[in-house]
Design a protein around this ligand. Structure first.
Ligand code: ADP
Ligand code: MG
Length: 606
């Protein structure tokens, strides 16, 4: 059990409870490097616009003192001048703000795009077993939400934080310049607020990751149920699914409400502190004005600076919160991006010629990584000569489908070797290997798109394939007639989510054409046609028989005719090939596993 646990912890990308280190900060900021000129521009504009904002209270103070101290005529002249200058400055400020926001958002969007591309790639190249541990909803959440949180953190959030710093810095300096005594009095409130902000930030970080995780779980449920709505309805499970989703959302809400409480308390408190400062300043400043140690204008300026600082301090705390959110989200991204797939995605040997199609399994043992103690295959041996048909039979769960996964290199055997033309598949380039194998599975999945897109999905990338070849493949797959005659737009007919629904037999035949388009030397068939009506079954069957000719075929047989016509039948039992031979030989053999299977398993009689 211990080994199972250690394995799952390495394959499952879990939430690492790490402390924020300098390295982590450096790494998240390195994301912004490609956008450095945009960000630099935005920061320069930020400095200009912040300086202008910070000049306003001082200018206003001067205007007030002008009003109070000069005669009407000079005041009019001076005030026109000062206000005209202010108008020009405000216009510059407006332009700077426009540029800053535009550049920052562009940088943020571009960083999001880069991150998403990288994360999606990292997800795509992981080995199949990875997806047994990590739920789709969770991975999609990281791809869509965490990426934008991280990029927002290093751009707009940093910019807001920087602005708050600038405003606080200049604000404090101006306050000290205007009245050191008042400044000292009002700044006493700041340190305790900062301490609370730090604790608050930590709490929010913890709660955010928990909320995100709970949300991902709910999304997963929704995703699976909506995707399989027919199954849900068939079993009358709408209400219980609604309830299940409700429960998940209740958990999300519970976490979110704790977070809301913390947020409310925090904002209430900071808002109060801000007003408290204003009140103190007003009181002490009023006394000083009546003593004539301070002008009315200076007091007004001072009050405005205090208000600015109040706003900036709450800006600074939300900067800190967002920074923590970004760090939490980035940890989840690094986990995926740093993971080396257990089965290397690229590289490997590319044989100089096309595959001949000899396949050998030598003492192959295998257990799924999430069920280490259950050996699906144990010391299994099998040889497929080029151009022959091998039927695999065995009771349900005996490992037939698993065998096909191993041949495709989707999983690695624990011990033993699988070889194509004498090349071990762990040495082979996977694209070459999978290019040599055409597969048709029990329930083929077509992607939304046109019929043409779906057939061409089987062709290697970058090799142009014309419509005539698509038609050839469709003809061989017995799909030509229905595509050209029954479908409204022929090859251009949309299928899947946004198009028409194909019947099981039609889907299967498109899938056969898809497997054929690359003219594979090896065919891997999971040939269940039991779900099809008699006519489709006949069409599929005919197509399968046609395409088997001249290829090495490994077929998971459900039909007696396939079994009888196969060059050899391998009977899987207890992880091994228990018996192997032709139909007649196996029926006559003493071992009897095959005979038993024929007696008890309902093979289709056609
Ligand atoms: P068959 O195709 O012969 O019916 P499979 O190859 O699908 O059998 O499954 C063989 C065994 O492996 C079964 O016991 C099944 O429960 C187990 N198995 C299949 N897929 C997985 C998986 N992804 N993770 C863990 N166990 C699996
Ligand atoms: Mg199976």
């Amino acid at each position: 059990a211990a080994s199972v646990e250690s394995l799952s912890s390495s394959a499952k990308v879990s939430l690492a409870k790490k402390k924020v280190s300098g390295n982590e900060l450096r790494r998240i900021f390195s994301l912004a490097r490609p956008e450095s000129w945009r960000l630099t521009g935005a920061i320069i504009l930020l400095f200009v616009s912040s300086s202008i904002s910070m000049a306003v209270p001082f200018a206003l103070g001067k205007v007030i003192d002008l009003i109070y101290t000069t005669d009407a005529a000079t005041m009019n002249r001076n005030i026109n001048m000062v206000c005209g200058a202010l108008l020009a400055i405000f216009m510059i400020g407006g332009f700077c703000n426009f540029g800053r926001v535009y550049l920052m958002n562009m940088a943020s969007q571009r960083i999001t795009r880069n991150l998403r591309e990288k994360v999606f790639r990292s997800i795509m190249i992981q080995e199949t077993a990875f997806f047994d541990y990590n739920k789709t909803g969770e991975l999609v959440n990281r791809l869509s939400t965490d990426t934008s949180v991280v990029s927002g953190c290093v751009t707009t959030n940093i910019s807001d934080g920087l602005r708050s710093f600038i405003m606080i810095g200049t604000g404090v300096s101006m306050m000290v310049y205007l009245s050191p005594v008042l400044a000292l009095v009002s700044l006493c409130v700041v340190p305790p607020v900062m301490v609370i902000a730090v604790f608050y930030g930590r709490y929010i970080k913890k709660m955010t990751t928990r909320t995100q995780d709970a949300l991902a779980e709910a999304t997963q449920v929704a995703d699976e149920r909506i995707g399989n709505i027919r199954t849900v309805k068939t079993f009358n499970k709408e209400e219980s699914e609604i309830q299940k989703y409700k429960d998940k959302m209740a958990l999300v809400l519970e976490l979110a409400s704790k977070q809301s409480l913390a947020m409310g308390l925090f904002y209430g408190m900071t808002g109060f502190s801000g007003n408290a400062i204003a009140l103190i300043v007003l009181y002490a400043g009023g006394v000083m004005v009546s003593d004539s140690t301070l002008t009315v204008g200076s007091l007004a300026s001072f009050l405005l600076y205090a208000a600015y600082i109040g706003v900036s301090i709450s800006g600074l705390s939300s900067f800190y919160t967002e920074l923590n959110k970004g760090l939490g989200a980035s940890t989840r991204l690094w986990e995926i991006m740093d993971r080396t797939p257990a089965i290397p995605f690229s590289g490997g040997l590319v044989p100089p010629h096309e595959a001949k199609g000899e396949i050998s399994f030598k003492s192959v043992s295998f257990a799924y990584p999430n069920r280490k103690d259950h050996r699906v295959l144990e010391d299994m041996n099998l040889l497929l000569e080029p151009g022959t048909v091998t039927a695999i039979v065995g009771s349900s769960g005996s490992g037939k489908t698993t065998l096909s996964y191993l041949l495709l290199g989707l999983h690695r055997p624990a011990t033993g070797t699988i070889a194509i033309d004498g090349y071990r598949i762990e040495d082979l380039n996977l694209a070459w290997l999978r290019g040599a194998i055409g597969t048709v599975s029990q329930e083929p999945v077509l992607f939304s798109g046109t019929i043409r897109d779906n057939v061409l999905y089987g062709a290697p990338d970058g090799v142009p394939v014309g419509d005539s070849e698509v038609f050839d493949a469709l003809r061989e797959a017995n799909a030509f007639n229905f595509v050209t005659e029954d479908l409204p737009h022929g090859l251009d007919t949309l299928v899947g989510e946004r198009g028409i629904m194909l019947s099981g037999g039609q889907k299967q035949r498109i899938a056969i054409a898809r497997a054929l388009i690359k003219n594979p030397q090896i065919l891997l068939l999971d040939e269940a046609t039991s779900a099809l009506d008699a006519e489709s079954e006949h069409l599929v069957q005919e197509a399968l028989e046609r395409i088997m000719k001249g290829r090495t075929v490994l077929t998971i047989a459900h039909r007696l005719s396939t079994i009888k016509n196969a060059d050899q039948i391998a009977v899987l039992d207890k992880g091994k090939v228990a018996e192997i031979g032709t139909y007649d030989a196996l029926m006559a053999s003493d071992i009897g596993v095959f005979r038993n299977l024929i007696k008890h398993q309902a093979f289709q009689q056609t």
